[in-house]
Design a binder for this molecule. Structure first.
Ligand SMILES: C[S@@+](CC[C@H](N)C(=O)[O-])C[C@H]1O[C@@H](n2cnc3c(N)ncnc32)[C@H](O)[C@@H]1O
Length: 264
């Protein structure tokens, strides 16, 4: 398993161009910040909305596997999926559950799951395309195909009011002996991508300080970012075939959530 120290050693100061995807470059650092996320609240959210007698769950965009590790023992089958092999290698070190490197936009596991989740605001990273189907529609359609009849999609998403051009967020996390300061700047490039909401990029700047040696590394990375109008998410779910869909209170992260059921 890669550690924060590996990242520092790989990072000659300011070494990476900002086009690198934050999850491929900085999975261990993401995982340090994820320590403070309340995955028990996500686990309760799943419990509250999953079909009765759920035995198979797919966690799409499972990241470093913290939620998968929290819920896997509840089910006969629990499988994580994520596009980033760096995130998946963190996840495989955390849990014995099966994990697959796969992209939401292309991955179908025909009719296998009672419930599929896309949580932790992962839908925010589906970069809109200029032509062809919207990646949200592709992803929902693939989830629909991967659910058994009566199966349920659970996802959360960021609302348009949280994607503001020029907005800056700063957070600090510690993983002894490191203190990591993360600054995220939002750039909006399309105020209404695909008619669903604003899209652009997050630019992440990390300062990683080792208090034993006073060494400091600085790394930057970017990720596409997208906010969604709740009604647009609801509409997309119905368009791909879900027959029951509702907006519900989200788990602890900021934003809204959707519960959508495939007809029996
Ligand atoms: C904010 S992290 C959330 C991770 C995890 N769900 C959690 O709550 O800790 C977003 C995750 O979505 C993954 N991701 C982004 N786009 C994806 C896609 N198109 N297909 C699959 N995974 C994707 C990233 O690799 C990353 O692991």
């Amino acid at each position: 398993m890669q550690t924060v120290a590996d990242v520092i050693d790989a990072a000659s100061a300011e070494c990476r161009p900002p086009s690198d995807d934050v999850y491929s470059l900085l999975a261990p650092v993401y995982d340090v910040f994820a320590q403070t996320i309340d995955y028990d609240a996500y686990a309760s959210f799943i419990r509250r909305h999953e079909p009765k007698d759920t035995s198979a769950i797919g966690l799409f965009a499972c990241g470093t596997g913290r939620l998968l590790a929290t819920v896997a023992n509840r089910y006969d089958i629990a499988v994580g999926f994520d596009r980033s092999s760096a995130m998946v290698s963190q996840a495989t070190a955390r849990t014995d559950a099966a994990i697959v490197v796969a992209d939401l936009r292309t991955c179908v596991v025909q009719g296998r799951f009672d419930v599929i989740t896309i949580l932790g605001n992962s839908l925010a990273h589906l970069a809109p395309k200029n032509n062809g189907p919207d990646p949200l529609e592709l992803s929902f359609s693939n989830v629909f195909e991967s659910l058994r009849p009566g199966g349920v999609l659970l996802c959360d998403f960021i609302s348009p009011s949280s994607v503001i051009d020029g907005h800056v967020m700063e957070a600090i996390a510690t993983d002894d002996p490191y203190q990591i300061t993360r600054t995220i700047v939002t750039r909006v490039t399309d105020p209404d991508a695909g008619g669903l909401g604003p899209a652009g990029r997050y630019t992440y700047a990390y300062k990683i300080q080792d208090h034993r040696t006073n060494r400091t590394a600085r790394v930057s990375a970017t990720a596409s970012i997208r906010g969604y109008r709740p009604t647009g998410v609801l509409r997309t779910a119905l368009d791909v075939g879900f027959t029951e869909a509702a907006l519900v209170e989200s788990p602890p992260e900021s934003g809204d959530a959707l519960v959508a059921r495939k007809p029996k």
